[in-house]
Design a protein around this ligand. Structure first.
Ligand SMILES: NC(=O)c1ccc[n+]([C@@H]2O[C@H](COP(=O)([O-])OP(=O)(O)OC[C@H]3O[C@@H](n4cnc5c(N)ncnc54)[C@H](OP(=O)(O)O)[C@@H]3O)[C@@H](O)[C@H]2O)c1
Length: 337
């Protein structure tokens, strides 16, 4: 049992809150499964289609199912709401939950744009509640370990990063990947991972952003290349596609070494290659299959301590970048017209 396993165990046994899940799709199933694995408590569930919520509650041993989504917000026993609906429904549910005094962990992309996110952050601050995006990258112990190595100065200064995410989705313009009515497009769906990764490693937020984009027939961004430079002249390039498979690979280049990570949204290993003699060092920390457990633990810890340690400031920076990119592309969702 290593250091992170012990911390993990202590946290599992300490904080317990009444969680409500909103949505019963793919990621909500993963979340409930992980909660059960941790011995955590999913108190209740709500979904647009009530029958699916009933089946979901049966499957994961959840005691309460609401007939209407609004009933979830009225339930004073609910302490944290996990939102797992398409992105365009996030802001409405975030505001409803915060308004009723509940902490919120919301799936990525947390909102459609910065205006929505600013509104949510303002309300969370006014109500003294924790608001966070369910961004696995911000919670993986591997990155905490890499941050320690980087801040020791051993690798020197960050120069540039290259981050890819390409996933091959069949051309079905009705599904949530391409459908503008479901906030489709690569940027909000997978670009948010690549940009969150870049933000985590860069010393300051991104100042200059350029891009090329190719649209699907619906007007959703199918593919793009993004080039970023921050105030310290650290640079990053990001390549996204919803119709071409690319390895989820990140390389981060420093004066003295390069860090390589595969499957970076949920990674537990990285390889550092030193420039002077080519020697390599493998860093293995945490377990990728526990990605959602780390997220849940960190959220519970933030709620217990009353301090937002969920990197909401990075979420805000990334949302600003995505909002600027879609402005450049003149790409608006129906909710924004
Ligand atoms: N963190 C991750 O690794 C990860 C992975 C996948 C997805 N996500 C994010 O999680 C969210 C959900 O994705 P998913 O793949 O789980 O989607 P999904 O399987 O399609 O499930 C969507 C859920 O949202 C509900 N829903 C759909 N449209 C709605 C509407 N207009 N109003 C209210 N509820 C609605 C659906 O209800 P019905 O049962 O009535 O259809 C269903 O419960 C997205 O924001 C996505 O980006 C995150």
């Amino acid at each position: 049992m290593d250091f992170y396993d012990i911390i993990h165990l202590v946290m599992i046994m300490s904080n317990k809150f009444n969680w409500a899940i909103l949505g019963c799709g793919n990621i909500a199933n993963d979340f409930a499964r992980e909660m059960n694995k941790m011995g955590g408590k999913v108190y209740s569930v709500a979904n647009r289609t009530y029958e699916k919520a009933i089946a979901f509650a049966d499957k994961y041993n959840i005691e309460k199912v609401y007939e209407n989504i609004d009933d979830l917000f009225e339930d004073s026993n609910v302490e944290i709401v996990y939102i797992a609906t398409p992105h365009n429904k996030h802001i409405e549910y975030i505001l409803n939950a915060l308004e009723k005094g509940k902490h919120v962990l919301c799936e990525k992309a947390i909102t459609l744009n910065s205006d929505e996110l600013n509104k949510a952050v303002k309300l969370a601050n006014e109500k003294n509640l924790i608001l966070a995006e369910a961004m696995t990258i911000y919670n993986m112990p591997l990155y905490t370990e890499l941050e320690k190595i980087i801040s020791s100065g051993a690798l020197g200064e960050l120069r540039l990063a290259q981050v890819n995410f390409g996933s091959f989705k069949e051309y079905d313009m009705t599904n949530r990947f391409f459908n503008m009515d479901l906030a489709g497009g690569a940027l909000l769906d997978i670009g948010v991972y690549a940009l969150s990764f870049v933000r985590l490693f860069m010393d300051t937020k991104n100042a200059q952003i350029h891009s090329q984009v190719k649209f699907a027939e619906t007007g959703a961004d199918e593919q793009s290349s993004i080039i970023i430079k921050n105030e310290k002249e650290q640079m990053a390039s990001v390549t996204l596609s919803l119709h071409a498979k690319q390895p989820k690979r990140a390389t981060i280049c420093y004066d003295n070494a390069v860090i390589e990570i595969f499957e970076y949204p949920r990674a537990d290993k990285a390889v550092i290659t030193y420039t002077d003699d080519g020697r390599t060092e493998k860093i293995v920390v945490g377990k990728l299959e526990d990605a959602m457990c780390y997220e849940i633990e960190n959220m519970e810890n933030a709620v217990a301590n009353g301090i937002n340690t969920m990197k909401l400031n990075y979420t805000i920076d990334v949302m600003n970048v995505m909002t600027k990119l879609r402005n450049d592309w003149n790409m608006k969702y129906p909710e924004e017209k």
